[in-house]
Design a protein around this ligand. Structure first.
Ligand code: SF4
Ligand code: SF4
Length: 470
């Protein structure tokens, strides 16, 4: 309490009623498809040969690799992850500027799991009225078993969700066997538990509160909207003045909204869209289905609530005949499409040109150079050869830019410069001693190390320096 004002608003219980219609169907299709992808993807196999995991999508933390079908990402290539995040963000902005919050209404994990939990609740406890009655009733055997069963199923879904998540980070069949024998490492077990309970809490209890108060996207999504963005709209001109209507009564002098509240009681966010577009609206379209069903029953045209744009509304107001078009090409959508194409193009180019071999060279700093007894100058380097193939390989190291130089490669002992071995899918680290008599007054010489795969003749170069004096 602060100066008599209560700053805490108690969560209002929302009991969305069942609804039928094309947007509800779309939500079922989206929910089933996304859940199927989420739960079954870790079981997809992908043959990468003997020395690599055969899980199609795997983030192998101990092995420090990420596998995505034919793509294999090393820690040095984490910029691909940055690219994917940029693509996801711009893709979301692009879709939002075109179709409003359809991501929230149909594809966001919070929406999908909440929808699933509400479906379970409805199957066990009944539709809206039955659930309200049950909540208000005294503690009876019926209430205990119905509530108990709902929570058990929610927890089971949460467990499957947490279980599926950890499969993305481990070999799914192996981990599944460990789980059924209660033999999982504590780190894996704690992730499963954490995700089980977060799913249970977010989809079972927090629900619309997550979208309204926790999700930052709800706060700034209007920045992506313009007059041509599709949003859920109640046609006030047609609907008002609203009021109850008896069969056979005239529609003269009144609006088509019969104030039945169907659009409100199906809304998973508990809002009344007739009050205008609100931040809470996730554009799920369930109020559209509810109102269309009512309109059909009373013999009026559908679409009193619909997906529409501000431009269409203004066009209708001004009597234009083109009052229901969707303008896809707009400056905003074109910017987003261009950014998407550029980032996507760069990533695709990077993937296509990705070398199975990489070389890193670090010049030793202490000392920068050493003068040998014969007058020549020696510089030391540490080189790292990344063998990204799944076979052991041998390489040849050459250097250019310093004239006749004597080069020695060392690991545990001396290694032949034309037979440097690196195991499959690993990084070989070597010390290189480069001695030369550069002559002249130049102190820093630009040199280029090149490593060549003895089998495929593929090569990779890395620029460095040779320091010949103070
Ligand atoms: S469902 Fe349609 S008719 Fe019923 S209250 Fe909502 S807008 Fe009015
Ligand atoms: S107002 Fe309609 S579209 Fe918006 S959240 Fe509620 S039911 Fe979904």
């Amino acid at each position: 309490m602060s100066d008599g004002v209560n700053l805490f608003a108690k969560q209002r219980s929302i009991y969305p009623r069942r609804v039928w219609g094309k947007y509800r169907k779309l939500k079922w299709v989206s929910m089933i498809t996304l859940l199927f992808i989420y739960y079954f993807t870790p079981w997809l196999r992908w043959d990468r040969g003997l020395n690599a995991p055969d899980q199609a999508i795997l983030i192998d933390m101990p092995g420090r690799r990420a596998y995505f079908f034919f793509i294999e990402i090393w820690p040095q290539e984490v910029y691909y992850l940055t690219g994917i995040l940029i693509l996801a963000a711009i893709g979301l902005f692009f879709v939002t500027s075109l179709f409003g919050r359809v991501w929230c209404g149909y594809a966001c994990p919070q929406t999908v799991w909440t929808d699933l939990f509400i479906w379970v609740e409805r199957i066990v406890q009944g539709d809206r009225n039955a659930r309200m009655k049950l909540d208000q009733s005294k503690l009876t055997f019926e209430k205990i078993w119905k509530k108990g069963l709902t929570h058990i199923i929610w927890l089971f879904i949460g467990l499957c969700t947490g279980g599926a998540w950890v499969f993305y980070f481990n070999d799914a069949p192996t981990l599944f066997e460990q789980i059924i024998h209660f033999d999982v490492p504590w780190s894996v077990g704690s992730w499963i538990l954490a995700l089980t309970f977060s799913t249970y809490l977010m989809a079972g209890y927090a629900r619309e509160q997550v979208c309204t108060y926790m999700c930052p996207y709800a706060r700034f999504q209007s920045a992506m909207f313009d007059k041509d963005t599709l949003v859920i709209s109640y046609d006030k001109d047609r609907g008002e003045p609203r009021g109850k209507h008896k069969q056979g009564d005239s529609w003269e002098g009144r609006g088509h909204c019969i104030d039945c509240d169907s659009c409100v009681i199906v809304c998973p966010m508990g809002i009344d869209i007739r009050n205008g577009l609100q931040m809470e609206c996730i554009a799920c379209g369930l109020c559209v289905d509810a109102c269309n069903n009512v309109m059909e029953k009373i013999g009026l045209p559908q679409g009193l609530i619909r997906y529409d744009t501000q431009s269409n509304y203004e066009a209708r107001k001004s009597g234009s005949s083109v009052a229901s078009r969707l303008q896809l090409m707009r400056p905003r959508t074109v910017y987003y499409a261009v950014i998407l194409s550029i980032v996507g193009g760069i990533m695709l180019y990077g993937l296509l040109m990705r070398s199975p071999l990489e070389l890193n060279v670090i010049h030793a700093r202490n000392p920068l150079f050493v003068q040998l007894s014969d007058g020549s100058i020696r510089n030391n380097y540490t080189i790292k050869i990344l063998n990204k193939t799944h076979d052991d390989r041998s390489y040849t190291l050459t250097v250019e830019g310093i004239g006749a130089a004597a080069m020695k490669v060392e690991a545990a002992g001396e290694v032949q410069t034309d037979a440097i071995p690196v195991f499959a899918d690993s990084v070989g680290e070597f010390r290189v001693l480069l001695a030369a008599m550069p002559g002249g007054s130049q102190i820093r010489h630009k040199i280029i190390f090149t490593i060549t795969d003895n089998q495929t003749k593929q090569s990779y170069s890395h620029e460095s320096i040779f320091i010949a004096g103070q």
